[in-house]
Design a protein around this ligand. Structure first.
Ligand SMILES: [Fe+2]
Length: 305
């Protein structure tokens, strides 16, 4: 994905602290950072206000791309087709999407560490390996992106009927959790008064990495804290949200639901607080309504210089 930000240098340092690796300037893309297993997943470009400029979505093969093309035609959405790629703009959220044929991201299996429980000493005579970890937390990959759209239902149609995403769970009138992989969600579109990026989420090995990562980020930077530690109800993942220097939220997460067999997953409709979380501290108002939302709204209406 490509983020437009007012201060590329400060934002790049933040995501380096977050555990991404700085790759450097890539002509036409911007300043690029990489995850441990997802590769070059974040590009930063200068922009007057923070903006999600583009997301890239992988397709398995040309047949996939053909299905996307047919879906977009049915919706009457214009697109640009290349040899192994396709570029299109969601007319509702104004988000630029590039679909490209490429290999799937593969992740090495995380080690399963033994835990003790009542009546179950699976780790006798030893300390938890997690407390001995000293290496810095490195997100494996970008897992999902959450955006606000002026018309959530129309955006949902664009991503499902147009691009082939599947809906995993829904919060009626507010949000739909959509996937284009085995992850419970890769994209969430929320109803919002302005098109904006709410957060990006980066996968780490387990709940200890979520806690260790956030703790390290907050050292000397308490202003980065947004919300956590907690567990979501939708998607089941542990979460901790932090904030980059220009106001984008970034989430460490682990143990997200994985859907390998569509037939075995029953999408549900979730309402009330559970739409937000299962347990944890209550979300701060600024999580629901980011502090710069009014400024983003003003910015989006200001005449272009
Ligand atoms: Fe998330």
């Amino acid at each position: 994905m490509t983020l437009g930000v007012p201060d590329v240098g400060a934002v790049a340092s933040y995501y380096e602290d977050f555990g991404l690796r700085r790759v450097g300037d890539r002509p036409g893309r911007g300043l690029v950072l990489a995850t441990a297993e997802g590769g070059e997943q974040l590009a930063l470009r200068p922009s007057e206000r923070r903006r999600l400029l583009e997301i890239g979505i992988g397709a398995d093969d040309l047949d996939d791309l053909g299905r996307v093309e047919a879906g977009l035609r049915r919706l009457g959405v214009e697109f640009e087709r290349g040899a192994g790629s396709l570029r299109v703009r969601d007319p509702n959220s104004a988000l630029q999407v590039s679909v490209q044929v490429g290999p799937r991201i593969t992740e090495a299996a995380a080690k399963q560490e033994p835990t003790n429980g009542p009546g179950r000493a699976d780790r006798p005579n030893g300390r938890a390996p997690a407390i001995e970890r000293v290496d810095r937390v490195r997100p494996r990959r970008l897992g999902h992106v959450v955006i606000g759209s002026l018309d959530q239902e129309a955006s949902q149609r664009f991503f499902t009927e147009g691009l082939g995403f599947k809906v995993s769970d829904r919060v009626p009138g507010l949000a739909s959790f959509m996937r284009c992989s085995a992850d419970h969600h890769n994209l969430l579109v929320q109803q919002a008064p302005v098109n904006f990026l709410h957060h990006t989420a980066w996968e780490v090995d387990d709940v200890d990495e979520v806690g260790r990562g956030a703790t390290a980020m907050l050292e000397g930077h308490p202003e980065r804290h947004v919300w956590g530690l907690g567990r979501h109800h939708i998607g089941s993942n542990f979460f901790w949200y932090l904030k980059d220097p220009v106001g984008n939220f970034s989430e460490y997460y682990s143990d997200l639901d994985i859907i390998l067999d569509d037939q075995l997953w029953k999408p549900s409709v979730v309402e009330g607080a559970r739409g937000l979380y299962n347990w944890g501290p209550p979300p701060p108002p600024s999580f629901i309504q980011p502090e710069d939302l009014a400024a983003l709204m003003t910015g989006s209406h200001a005449p272009k210089a």
